[in-house]
Design a protein. Structure first.
Length: 386
């Protein structure tokens, strides 16, 4: 059961077959090539997705190279449109994404320096995001805009994920306490979830349970997520009857469509956590019902990794004669899968390659004017990218 990630973060994407996703991004980038047709904001969004595809493939070097190529491209645009807040803002996401790559590598202190942009107050010297230079007046204008709320969210969530990654749950709790004092506008529900995750990481399930019970009158997502944490903690505290009552209510709510108000990606992660709790308390029939429902949702929204994982989870709950049918459904999906974490969890070789990824790299290279190249391997690609 994953305990070190947020369930309340709502910007998660459904994950179609990765080669199809790469092809769609490539076509989007190629449609922007040509004089008078470029939409810089759209291109930047597609470049961020291209880097994400490489992360999902397991090629961190390629992802970093795309982020750096995007920053160089933004710097070039900014030199031609001095003082444009729209262009300056485009440098923020690739800079944050490089921080996330550093976190994946376990370079936690370096990663944190990419997430605290909202605290930056450049004095006389410009703010440097790689090759991008943002002047003090531009930065102040950005912080006065809607960008500020997003930067606070990144500071909160990504900093905490970094502390979780390096298992500094004690530091995470201090960070939460300080943030509550410094910035009351920060999402209190996310801070509460961060507290719960930190206490679970420290093994204090009683405190985590009490925190999860401390709220009432929440919306659907908050209520479901806090109930899931209660169920997880009660399981660890060996309070079997209480867990049964809570999971029965959650399962009934979910299977009657109660999660329909949530985004599919969030609903699937909630179902995944509920199924895991039911497995822990050996409620195989109940877990099977949850996983079957979750699998149908994954098929509906074309989320390939969840299709695979829910079929595998469902197979753990059923009789031997039914397992083969589920395996026959799962194997073609695995054969067509390029998601590195899925392949690794199945004991298969990662970083599979197909033509779609080479074509995407070519499109990235064309849009960023040759800063990124097109090498189908794990080495960094691009001129001047290290």
């Amino acid at each position: 059961m994953r305990t070190n990630d947020f369930l309340l973060v709502q910007d998660l994407l459904c994950r179609p077959p990765l080669q199809s996703w790469a092809r769609s991004i490539q076509e989007g980038l190629e449609s922007e090539i040509g004089p008078g047709r470029q939409n810089s904001t759209h291109i930047a969004s597609l470049l961020n997705l291209a880097a994400f595809v490489e992360i999902l493939r397991g090629d961190k070097n390629a992802a970093k190279a795309i982020c750096e190529a995007e920053l160089a491209w933004v710097a070039s645009l900014a030199s031609k449109t001095a003082g444009s807040l729209t262009i300056s803002a485009l440098a923020i996401q690739p800079w944050i994404n490089i921080g996330r790559l550093l976190r994946i590598d376990g370079r936690c202190q370096e990663a944190l320096s990419h997430f605290d942009l909202v605290l930056k107050r450049p004095d006389r010297e410009p703010l440097l995001l790689g090759p991008c230079r943002i002047q003090e007046s531009e930065w102040e204008d950005l912080l006065a805009s809607d960008v500020s709320l997003n930067l606070w969210n990144v500071y909160l969530v990504d900093s905490l994920k970094t502390y979780f990654r390096c298992r500094r749950f004690d530091v995470a709790l201090r960070f939460i306490a300080e943030l509550r004092e410094v910035e009351p506008r920060c999402h209190d529900n996310l801070l509460l979830e961060g507290q719960i995750i930190s206490q679970i990481g420290l093994g204090d399930y009683e405190r985590s349970y009490q925190l999860a019970k401390s709220r009432s009158d929440q919306d659907v997502l908050d209520t479901v997520v806090l109930m899931l944490y209660q169920a997880q903690c009660l399981t660890e505290l060996d309070r079997h009857d209480d867990v049964l009552t809570l999971t029965r209510d959650l399962k009934t709510f979910a299977l009657l469509g109660g999660l329909d108000a949530l985004s599919p990606s969030i609903a699937m992660r909630c179902l995944e956590k509920l199924g895991a709790v039911l497995e822990r308390i050996e409620q195989k029939v109940q877990a099977a019902q949850v996983y079957e429902y979750a699998y149908r949702l994954a098929v509906t929204v074309n989320d390939q990794p969840h299709e695979i994982s829910f079929l595998r989870a469902l197979a753990r709950q059923v009789r031997c004669e039914e397992k083969q049918k589920l395996e026959d459904m799962r194997l073609p999906l695995l054969k067509d899968c390029y998601y590195n974490d899925v392949l690794q969890s199945e004991g298969l070789s990662g970083q599979r390659w197909c033509e779609a990824f080479g074509d995407l790299r070519s499109a990235v290279s064309m849009v960023t004017r040759g800063v990124a190249a097109t090498q189908p391997d794990s080495r960094p690609f691009g001129v001047g990218v290290h």
